[in-house]
Design a protein around this ligand. Structure first.
Ligand code: ZN
Length: 64
């Protein structure tokens, strides 16, 4: 048996892409809900989405 080629796994159903959240850095694993927007997804959660830009600007956009 030939060794598997790891470089071209795209298309394999068992392979899920992942990338770090732009806010917290946590690794996000591809979700079916993101199938159409994966390239645009930058935050792991709604909370991080709200916190975008908050890094380094804490207190600049308080809601209370
Ligand atoms: Zn996050």
């Amino acid at each position: 048996m030939a060794p598997p080629r790891n470089r071209e796994f795209a298309g394999n159903k068992s392979y899920l892409p992942s990338k770090p959240c732009a806010v917290c850095g946590r690794t996000m694993t591809w979700r079916r809900a993101w199938a159409k927007t994966w390239d645009a997804v930058r935050y792991c959660s709604e909370r991080c989405r709200r916190n975008r830009g908050a890094v380094g600007a804490a207190g600049a956009a308080r809601d209370d």
